[in-house]
Design a binder for this molecule. Structure first.
Ligand SMILES: O=C(O)CCC(=O)C(=O)O
Length: 266
C-alpha cells in the first residue's frame, strides 16, 4: 500500500482560496498512490478560531467540492483532512472527509474530542459522537483527528470495529511535538496497527506547528518521518503485517474487558 501524507504549511499570508488551489495540485500529483492523507483544518488552520464561522461550509461547500474533484482526477482514496462544517441548525463541527477514487464522499467523521478546554474549538464546535472506519480495499482505516490521539479508548473502539490502519489528521503544535511522536508510536504498538499521522507546518494564529508527520508500523517502528516544513511524506507498507503481528505477539487477546466504570466520564 502506497500512502502519501501531505504536510501542508498553513500560514496567514496565503488566502484560503489559494491554499485550496495549491492543495488540489499537490493531491493531483499523488496519482498512483493508494491513499492520500491531508491534515486537520488545513483551509483555515486549527488555531485560527476567528476564521471558523467565516469559512464554515456544508458538505457540498468549496473544499468538499474541490477535494471530491481531485480524488477523482487522481483516482486515489483521499482523506481530505477536515473542514469546519456548518449544519442546518447552525452548529459547527470539525469534520474529516474521506473520498473514494471515484470522487464519492465515502465517509465523514466529526471530531469527538474537541481541543481547547474552556476556549477555541471546545466552545466553538459541537462534539462528534460516532467513531468511523472506512473499508479501503487494502486496509480498513480508523479515522481520527488531532487531540483524539490522546484518548486510547477511541482507538480500541476502532480496532474492535476492524481498523488496521489508524489515520491521525492533525494541526499539532510544535510545543508538544514530543507527545505527538510518542503517542503515534504508542497507538501503533498497543493496537498492533499501522499509524499514519499527518500534521501541518508553518505558523498560524501565532502557533508554530510541529510538522513531523509520521508513519509507524504495528511493531512501533517508524517507517518514515517528515521534517518541520511543508513536505509530501511517501511511505509503502504491507497491510498484511497487522494480522501477522497480532498472530506472532497476540497481546490484544489478553485484554481484560469490562474494567471501565460505566460513569467513566468526569
Ligand atoms: O493535544 C494536543 O497537544 C494538540 C491538540 C490540538 O492541537 C487539536 O486537537 O487541535
Amino acid at each position: 500500500m502506497r500512502a502519501s501524507l501531505i504536510q501542508i504549511a498553513v500560514n496567514p499570508d496565503e488566502s484560503v482560496n489559494s491554499r485550496r488551489e495549491r492543495v488540489s495540485s499537490l493531491v493531483r500529483a499523488e496519482a498512483g498512490a493508494d491513499l492520500v492523507v491531508l491534515p486537520e483544518l488545513w483551509p483555515t488552520g486549527a488555531f485560527a478560531y476567528e476564521l471558523f464561522a467565516q469559512e464554515a461550509e456544508s458538505l457540498d461547500g468549496p473544499t468538499c467540492e474541490a477535494m471530491a474533484k481531485v480524488a477523482a482526477d487522481a483516482a486515489v482514496w483521499l482523506h481530505a483532512g477536515s473542514v469546519v462544517e456548518h449544519t442546518a441548525d447552525g452548529t459547527l463541527y470539525n469534520t474529516a472527509l474521506v473520498f473514494s477514487p471515484e470522487g464519492e464522499l465515502a465517509a465523514t467523521y466529526r471530531k469527538i474530542h474537541r481541543f481547547g478546554f474552556d476556549k477555541g474549538e471546545a466552545v466553538l464546535m459541537g462534539a462528534g459522537e460516532q467513531p468511523v472506519t472506512v473499508a479501503h480495499p487494502q486496509s480498513t482505516l480508523g479515522v481520527t483527528t488531532c487531540y483524539d490521539l490522546r484518548f486510547p479508548e477511541l482507538y480500541r473502539t476502532l480496532v474492535d470495529r476492524g481498523a488496521e490502519t489508524l489515520i491521525v489528521s492533525a494541526g499539532w503544535p510544535e510545543r508538544r511535538r514530543a507527545h505527538w511522536t510518542l503517542l503515534a508510536q504508542a497507538r501503533a504498538v498497543e493496537n498492533q496497527c499501522f499509524v499514519l499521522a499527518v500534521g501541518t507546518a508553518g505558523t498560524h494564529a501565532g502557533v508554530p506547528q510541529a510538522g513531523h508527520s509520521i508513519a509507524v508500523d504495528p511493531w512501533g517502528e517508524v517507517l518514515a518521518e517528515a521534517g518541520a516544513d511543508e513536505e509530501v511524506l511517501r511511505v509503502e507498507f504491507d497491510p498484511s503485517r497487522v494480522a501477522a503481528t497480532r498472530e506472532q505477539f497476540p497481546a490484544l487477546k489478553d485484554r481484560m474487558l469490562g474494567l471501565e466504570a460505566p460513569s467513566a466520564r468526569r
